[in-house]
Design a protein around this ligand. Structure first.
Ligand code: ZN
Length: 232
């Protein structure tokens, strides 16, 4: 196992893009993993390739360090969930107080598959952009969940994998700030241009913070964070 290696859960969204840049600052070999789970909007899977391709042009740390991408077919998730992320439903809160964009157990599955790949590839660190600050409604993004899963994975695989969550305690403004610290304006521009957050998959208008409808919960978070960061 190479201790200076990481596998980043890279969805094509803003948070995971910042995590990828973060990992490239710390580790000599960085691979990415993405999941095709029948997302309503294929654009996420398209921008993640564009982002990976352009990253070394704007972010020198990526040169020679950004390695393989693993895209796993998890379309089976669509068969066991019926949510606003995979079906044509309005975004709303369900009876349990969770947004209906919640796919039960999704992050647990993603991290478990990532751990299996990391184990096979001899990679020690698994990096994920989960965050308690903005998404407290998602119980599988919580710090305790991730820590418990790390223990379960290491017991079950007889391994010493480390689950890293660089965004766990920061908000969206601080995430933009982290991108600025890591790679300056060129990295911030690439994140705005070639990542995707909008729940509606809208890429018709380019705002300073990127593409999106501007009004869905994901756009509102991303745009408000950007404004708070710019206004300092
Ligand atoms: Zn939107």
């Amino acid at each position: 196992m190479t201790s200076s290696s990481a596998l980043v859960l890279f969805s094509g969204g803003q948070d995971s893009a910042v995590c990828l840049a973060w990992a490239l600052q710390r580790y000599d070999r960085v691979e990415t993993i993405g999941f095709d789970y029948g997302q309503r909007h294929r654009v996420e899977l398209e921008v993640r390739q564009a982002f990976r391709q352009r990253l070394p042009e704007v972010y020198p740390r990526a040169v020679g360090r950004l390695g393989e991408d693993h895209l796993l077919d998890l379309t089976v998730l669509g068969a066991i969930s019926d949510t606003a992320l995979t079906a044509e439903a309005e975004i709303a809160m369900n009876a349990g107080g969770l947004p209906n964009t919640f796919v039960p157990g999704r992050n647990l599955l993603f991290l478990t598959f990532a751990a299996a790949i990391a184990y096979r590839r001899g990679i020690k660190h698994i990096v994920t952009g989960v965050c308690e600050t903005d998404y407290s409604g998602y119980p599988d993004c919580r710090d305790d969940t991730i820590k418990a899963l790390q223990v379960a994975i290491n017991l079950g695989m007889e391994s010493r994998l480390v689950l890293e969550t660089p965004l766990m305690w920061i908000d969206k403004a601080a995430t933009w700030e982290m991108a600025g610290h890591l790679g300056g304006a060129p990295l911030v521009d690439l994140i705005a241009e070639d990542t995707h957050t909008c729940y509606l998959g809208d890429r018709s208008e380019r705002h300073a913070w990127g593409y999106g409808c501007g009004t869905c919960p994901a756009c509102e978070l991303r745009a408000a964070g950007y404004r708070r960061w710019i206004e300092g």
